[in-house]
Design a protein around this ligand. Structure first.
Ligand code: GDP
Ligand code: MG
Length: 754
């Protein structure tokens, strides 16, 4: 089968084109680095089927990061039949830098000039024909998003792939052309090397990989270096080559694109929006407000505070006496998320009743297994699905419009002062979705220390699976104690996660993970309105993932939990109210005392072990935390013959009642679960991405952070004056680090001098 590779800069639209060509639904994100591994699919509309490979985005073929190496090696070693080089027309000159390098490889090639719709919309024009003549490679104008020009692109690519192509270079007129030629002849002469032109140029650039591969030729280059006399670059050949490329590009292509319309000061529409959204002072508050709005719309039971403001009369929307009672709220309007939650909650309740009624003739324990065990576990999670989807709909809109990339940019400006790079914030923000792809995305970070630190804090960016923990417990607190708002509590916990992440990175950067942060060269993508299809694909992915998990891991865990909570050590089925004799209770009670500083240890009454057990099952999948509470709640509150699958919030209130746990302890419980060892899948990913030693320390780090954060929350929440003790500890730590750093650089400098 023919094989075509998609190569281009990050964020140039490769994955969008890939999805368009292959009909697949790979993740498209409006920020660089979303695709870090190569993906394959099939294009079927040509004379023969063509395998399409989506490569990670890169700026250059001189690799520094693992993803750049993947792309370079793929083109060189796998010899695709054609390379489709995607060029973002709105960033033409920067994108062509990579083009001038791919050209040097002996591989059939075509340029897809993407985002043509964006160019036209901004009032600019682009001239693909002239470009093709000048660069000597077929150019097709396309819009991957709108599906314009795709068929023509593939038709021409198909023609191109039938002919061999020799590499060409734009460095012909550069000061180094003689040297390049000599090295090329030497390489070809050996007869062993494919792509002599490409390798010759990389060797002249003194590319690390190339120097290792062709040690025998280093002398040739070195000899030339002696004779080379350039005032500007000295003997930094890499810089000479880069400079020649850019000179060629701007001499030939600056006229291909007539710049978009801008006002007198030269601002485009995106620039103007950015003046406000990425403002030095307003940027952060706007970010926080936007995030709060998202949480408010998803979790609030008093939408826009209409109830608090007295705009809604009491019982206005309670729909008393109808089947919709309480759905929309009473005395206040529920947010869309809460309305859907209530709706699903009553549906699952009704479904449970039907099933229990149908099982009337079965034995007591079978009914309990189905109702409390299986349905209780799954339903307590499933009812949160609407809220998860709404939250992710908002996140997707923010991401697709280009705002999330700004968020990273705003945060970068602040955290750079503390030695962190904003580039690391992109994978962190991805962590809001799921830690697994986020950890893989850290491959875009060049610095190994920064990568490790980032992987460690990604789980603190609370993922979708942790959301039910936050929502159920926040809901439980509001219901049981009548204090606070669910949206404020969830939002604060998210902010807490971010804060802990930042503090941890600062701490690591100043102690074990020293090093300069790499510069943040992210280009801010232009704003565009989110695509409906794209948003739906994201959500559909979430639904599929969620349902699959609910009926596999969570179902299996719930059944296991039910069994070990309903049987004793001698494997007897326990009669009513003896759950404390169960296997599960035994294990839980053994570990429980450890959590006393966090408020859910020894101080809780007899059912206190439930929290410990829930946290442990969360190590398999974080949804399990609430699913476990769901499985145990009915039994605990009313004996073994409960047979009602309680929703997530109801199970939490039941357990609060039974254990008399306090609010600070509940908050500590949330924080502990958010920051402790993540789910099994995330742990496996971290293990694959880190060295063995660093991985072991990472596990310890997660345990330590969650224990400390949980304790601080519980203790300060219970005894306010203890804030001062922690403040002193924090102060001493900071002073200690500062003093230690004062001493360290002096030693380092001395080493450099030697
Ligand atoms: P990749 O990093 O190269 O894989 O880029 P993606 O495919 O993830 O796309 C980056 C962003 O550019 C996304 O927000 C896309 O919706 C957007 N995009 C891709 N192609 C086009 C296009 O032809 N026109 C416009 N206006 N936007 C596009
Ligand atoms: Mg991509």
């Amino acid at each position: 089968m023919l094989k075509f590779a998609l190569a281009g800069n990050p964020n140039s639209g490769k994955t969008t084109l890939f999805n368009n060509l292959t009909g697949s639904t790979a993740h498209v994100g409006n920020w660089p680095g979303v695709t870090v591994d190569k993906k394959e699919g099939t294009y079927k509309k040509c004379a023969e089927p063509i395998s399409i490979v989506d490569l990670p985005g890169i700026y250059s073929l001189s690799p520094y990061t693992p993803e750049e190496i993947i792309t370079r090696n793929f083109i060189l070693d796998e010899q695709p039949d054609c390379v489709i080089n995607i060029v973002d027309a709105t960033n033409l000159e920067r994108n062509l830098y990579l083009t001038t390098q791919i050209m040097e490889i002996d591989v059939p090639m075509i340029i897809a000039l993407n985002m043509i719709d964006e160019v036209k919309k901004s009032g600019a024009t682009i001239d693909g024909k002239t470009m093709e003549e000048k660069i000597g490679i077929p150019v097709v104008e396309i819009s991957a998003l709108k599906g314009i020009g795709i068929d023509l692109l593939m038709k021409r690519a198909y023609e191109v792939c039938k002919e061999k192509r020799k590499g060409t270079t734009v460095l012909k007129n550069s000061a180094l052309s003689h040297l390049i030629n000599d090295v090329k002849i030497a390489l070809s002469g050996s007869g062993k090397v494919d792509n002599p032109l490409f390798h010759a140029i990389k060797l002249v650039e003194m590319d690390v990989l190339e120097k290792e591969a062709h040690k025998e030729l280093i002398k040739l280059v070195d000899d030339f270096k002696e004779t080379f006399d350039d005032d500007v670059f000295g003997s930094d050949f890499e810089a000479v080559v880069a400079d020649s490329r850019y000179k060629y590009i701007s001499a030939n292509f600056s006229t291909v694109l007539t710049k978009p319309k801008s006002d007198d000061k030269g601002f485009t529409k995106s620039d103007k929006i950015d003046l406000i959204l990425t403002h030095k002072w307003w940027g952060i508050p706007i970010f926080l407000i936007i995030m709060f709005a998202v949480f408010h719309l998803t979790f609030s039971e008093d939408l826009f505070y209409l109830g608090t403001l007295g705009i809604i009369p009491d019982n206005f929307v309670s729909l008393k006496g109808t089947i919709f009672e309480g759905l929309l709220g009473s005395g206040a309007v529920n947010s869309p998320g809460v309305i859907l939650f209530n709706f699903l909650d009553s549906c699952t309740g009704a479904l449970n009743d039907i099933i229990v009624a149908a099982m009337e003739n079965n034995s007591q324990w079978a009914v309990s297994l189905v109702s409390d065990g299986i349905l209780g576990g799954i339903f307590s999670i499933l009812s949160f699905l609407p809220q998860i989807l709404i939250l992710f709909l908002f996140f997707s809109i923010l991401e697709d419009s280009g705002y999330m990339a700004r968020a990273a940019f705003i945060l970068d400006r602040i955290f750079r002062k503390f030695g962190l790079s904003g580039r690391a914030f992109l994978p962190m923000i991805m962590g809001f979705g799921c830690s697994v792809p986020a950890m893989i995305n850290t491959r875009t970070l060049a610095d190994e220390n920064e990568r490790t630190a980032t992987i460690r804090v990604i789980p603190f960016f609370s993922c979708g699976a942790k959301l039910p923990i936050l929502t159920a417990i926040a809901g439980g607190i509001v219901m049981q104690f009548g204090v606070g708002n669910a949206d404020v509590i969830t939002y604060s916990m998210y902010i807490l996660g971010i804060t802990v992440a930042v503090l941890s990175v600062m701490f690591m950067k100043n102690t074990t993970m020293k090093g300069d942060s790499s510069p943040f060269i992210m280009e801010l993508p232009a704003y565009h309105s989110p695509q409906f299809k794209n948003l739906m694909l994201h959500l559909w992915d979430k639904v599929k993932h969620f349902i699959k998990k609910a009926f596999t891991i969570i179902l299996a865990s719930s059944i296991v939990i039910w069994f070990i909570s309903h049987f004793s050590w001698n494997w007897e089925y326990l009669p009513e109210k003896q759950i404390n004799e169960s296997i599960l209770a035994g294990i839980g009670q053994l570990i429980q005392p450890i959590f006393t500083p966090l408020g859910f240890g020894s101080q809780l009454k007899s059912f206190g072990w439930v929290f410990v057990v829930a946290a442990i099952t969360g190590l398999i999948a974080k949804e399990n935390v609430i699913a476990t509470l769901g499985t145990l709640a009915a039994t605990i509150s009313s004996g073994f013959v409960a047979n009602e699958a309680l929703g997530g919030i109801d199970s939490v209130t039941q357990i609060i009642n039974a254990t008399e746990i306090t609010i600070p302890a509940l908050l500590a419980f949330i924080a502990f679960n958010m920051t402790t060892i993540p789910c099994f899948a995330a742990v496996a990913t971290a293990k694959a991405e880190l060295s063995k030693k660093r991985f072991n320390y990472t596990l310890l780090f997660w345990l330590a952070v969650s224990y400390i954060v949980g304790s601080v929350i519980y203790i300060t929440g219970s005894w306010w004056w203890s804030v001062f003790i922690f403040a002193v500890i924090a102060f001493v730590t900071v002073i200690g680090i500062v003093l230690k750093n004062r001493y360290k650089p002096a030693v380092k400098k001395q080493k450099e001098n030697n």
